[in-house]
Design a protein around this ligand. Structure first.
Ligand SMILES: [Fe+2]
Ligand SMILES: [Fe+2]
Length: 160
């Protein structure tokens, strides 16, 4: 799979989790916690593979990098707010919808603007980059360090 296809497939996972999360109600606390933890993990992995591999690779062919980095920071901030909000808090749904709106905007920008620009790298390079993204993604899923980062982040955010 080419790099942009790998990332679009993962965007579908993120959008799916956010959709499920927005469909939960205040009394579905266990389901909300489970979906929120899964979203935290997937977002960490996604941001990391883009920041580490994809964005540096498209630096010369896309003028959108600083905007994309700024949007990653905004997503991170909004995710932190979602992590700090109790799952049965009446504000939880609003915070999730705001995060969802930012993420939809960001993935749309990537899919409609940055990814088409990345095609200038050529098919061969995009296939190679796609393999690197998938390998790194698998490595992060298996990685104990990643699990620890997610757990620490979850604990720290909830304690703030
Ligand atoms: Fe991104
Ligand atoms: Fe992305």
């Amino acid at each position: 799979m080419k790099a942009d296809q790998v990332l679009i497939a993962h965007h579908d996972v993120l959008r799916g989790l956010l959709r499920q999360l927005t469909e939960t109600t205040d009394d579905q606390t266990a389901e909300r916690s489970r979906l929120r933890d899964e979203l935290l993990r997937e977002l960490e992995v996604h941001t990391q593979i883009e920041d580490e591999l994809f964005y540096p690779a498209v630096r010369d062919v896309s003028p959108l990098l600083s905007l994309a980095h700024a949007e990653h920071r905004q997503i991170d901030d909004q995710l932190a707010t979602v992590m700090r909000t109790a799952v049965d808090d009446p504000e939880f749904g609003t915070e999730v919808r705001m995060l969802s709106a930012t993420l939809h905007h960001h993935t749309f920008e990537e899919e409609e603007r940055m990814f088409p620009q990345s095609h200038a790298l050529g098919d061969e390079r995009l296939e190679q980059l796609g393999r690197q993204l998938q390998e790194r993604q698998e490595e992060l899923y298996r990685s104990g360090a990643m699990r620890l980062i997610v757990r620490l982040k979850r604990m720290t955010l909830r304690l703030v």
